[in-house]
Design a protein around this ligand. Structure first.
Ligand code: ZN
Length: 159
């Protein structure tokens, strides 16, 4: 095991040392799909390969395929929710190096005060600001709005 994987939050989820809100939504031999751990937005998910890889070009072909299929499923399901207008899919990897994708449903209410008060939508800035504003302690994620969403997603994602 590389040093970098020891404190990796994605690897901790794979090893079940960290349990995401409501438990894992989908996992197989290649990938894991879970609710994000500390931003209270129902349906804001994280998707990553089981293996600790730090670059997209390190993905195996089955990992690529499974990630793409789950993105498609999640995009369809999340944009079907009330108030979800756009689907942001973001991968950055500065804080957590293990490649992971943020599947971020951009709800209608996010374009209103106090979340956003400009006419032009700067999606990267909106994503960053909302994440900071709605960040909570891990225990506050064990909320009916999040748990019901996780249940719904577990039933809806078939990958
Ligand atoms: Zn990792």
């Amino acid at each position: 095991m590389s040093l970098s994987s020891q404190n990796c939050v994605c690897c901790q989820i794979v090893k079940e040392l960290t349990i995401p809100p409501g438990g894992i939504i989908y996992a197989d031999e290649h990938v894991v799909l879970a609710h994000n751990l500390d931003v209270k937005i129902p349906g804001y998910l994280i998707l990553f390969p089981r293996r600790h890889v730090e670059f997209y070009h390190d993905f195996s072909t089955p990992e690529c395929e499974k990630i793409a299929l789950l993105m498609r499923d999640c995009s369809r399901i999340l944009t079907g929710l009330d108030g979800v207008e756009r689907m942001y899919i973001v991968s950055l990897g500065e804080e957590t190096r293990h490649v992971h994708f943020h599947l971020f449903p951009r709800y209608e209410w996010m374009l209103k005060k106090p979340y956003w008060n400009q006419s032009k939508i700067d999606a990267a800035e909106l994503f960053s600001q909302i994440r900071k504003k709605l960040q909570v302690n891990r225990q506050d994620m064990e909320d009916p709005s999040i748990l019901a969403m996780v249940d719904y997603l577990r039933k809806s994602v078939c990958a």
